[in-house]
Design a protein around this ligand. Structure first.
Ligand code: FUB
Length: 321
């Protein structure tokens, strides 16, 4: 029955009136272009039926019409999830990576208290799954470190894969080198903590510069925002460059984002925000996924992102400049 509901919602998403910013309900979107199409792997999803017990994927060629790719992983497929003895578990903040024809989805597993949060990883032959969990946690939090918000970046220069993770109350970023198999930790890399870091790390490389961007503030408050730092390597040392995405008069608490390079070589930022947040923080209700243009200055710095609504949202192919 549930499968039919998900399929029906997927169809509704495919045939619904074209989307504009905000694109659809969801949070923590990990986005990437696959064969010319923008894929988004979020926490939750459109229609209110995407609970914390599974992940879905959604794709679009034009950033208007979205296609549901169905459920990619369910909580009941993660056999180790109950090993912490907690009575309830939930999944959030996935990060996806690919190497050698395989696809990997990394994810946060809660609760964070009283047991430590954990990061899992599952493997597939296709981006839409089905993904198979590897059978044990990849990282377990503890001692003040919250193992959440995983993101994997494969350095195009060295082909080394790095796992970045951590956040919330611990507000600590940790970085590991993964083995070639993408499912084994090779070693942890000591780093300097980036200023204003709270969670939701993302790394991209452009013209030889490595950009580490991340959320700052409270996830359900107006101070939630995206900041960034740059370095000459994927692991720093980073130079803090400031905030690029902050609340404005119409949108509150933008954060947990990803950068995606279009087939034409331009960059988009895919993030969540609270549209029409009701009352003072902490905000309640649902976060919405939005997409906007990223513009770089000649010196490589990122210009402040302008959050758009409705038809002002970017479409593909992007209109220059
Ligand atoms: O979606 C749950 C949490 O909210 C994530 O872990 C954070 O990055 C924040 O977006």
């Amino acid at each position: 029955m549930r499968r039919w509901i998900v399929l029906a919602l997927g169809l509704a998403l495919t045939t619904a009136a074209v989307a504009r910013n905000p694109q659809f309900q969801g949070a923590d979107p990990h986005a990437m272009f696959i064969d010319g199409e923008l894929w988004v792997f979020p926490t939750g999803g459109p229609g209110g039926s995407w609970a914390a017990d599974r992940f879905g994927a959604f794709s679009s060629r034009d950033l208007r019409r979205w296609r549901s790719r169905g459920v990619v992983l369910r909580r009941d497929q993660i056999k180790w999830i109950g090993d912490d003895g907690a009575t309830e578990h939930f999944l959030w903040a996935p990060g996806v990576a690919t190497r050698d024809g395989k696809w990997y989805i990394y994810y946060s597993v809660g609760p964070q208290n009283p047991t430590p949060s954990r990061i899992g990883v599952a493997v597939s032959d296709r981006p839409q799954g089905p993904y198979r969990d590897i059978g044990h946690p990849l990282v377990t939090g503890g001692n003040g470190y919250e193992a959440i918000d995983p993101m994997v970046f494969v350095d195009p220069k060295s082909q080394i894969a790095y796992l970045y993770a951590g956040g919330s109350a611990g507000a600590k970023l940790r970085v590991w080198e993964l083995s070639r198999d993408m499912i084994t930790i090779a070693r942890e890399i000591p780093i300097n903590q980036p200023p204003e870091f709270t969670e939701g790390a993302f790394v991209h490389e452009r013209a030889g510069v490595y950009y580490l961007s991340y959320s700052h503030g409270h996830w359900n408050g107006p101070d939630y925002s995206v900041h960034y730092a740059t370095a000459a390597s994927p692991v720093g040392p980073w130079t803090y460059r400031g905030a690029i995405l902050t609340s404005d008069a119409r949108h509150q608490g933008p954060g947990h984002h990803s950068f995606a390079r279009t087939p034409a070589g331009d960059w988009l930022i895919v993030y969540h925000r609270w549209d029409q947040a009701a009352g003072p923080a902490p905000f309640r209700g649902e976060r919405q996924i939005a997409i906007d243009r990223v513009r770089y200055a000649a010196d490589g710095s990122i210009r402040p992102i302008v959050m758009t609504d409705g038809d002002n949202a970017p479409t593909l192919p992007l209109v220059k400049p």
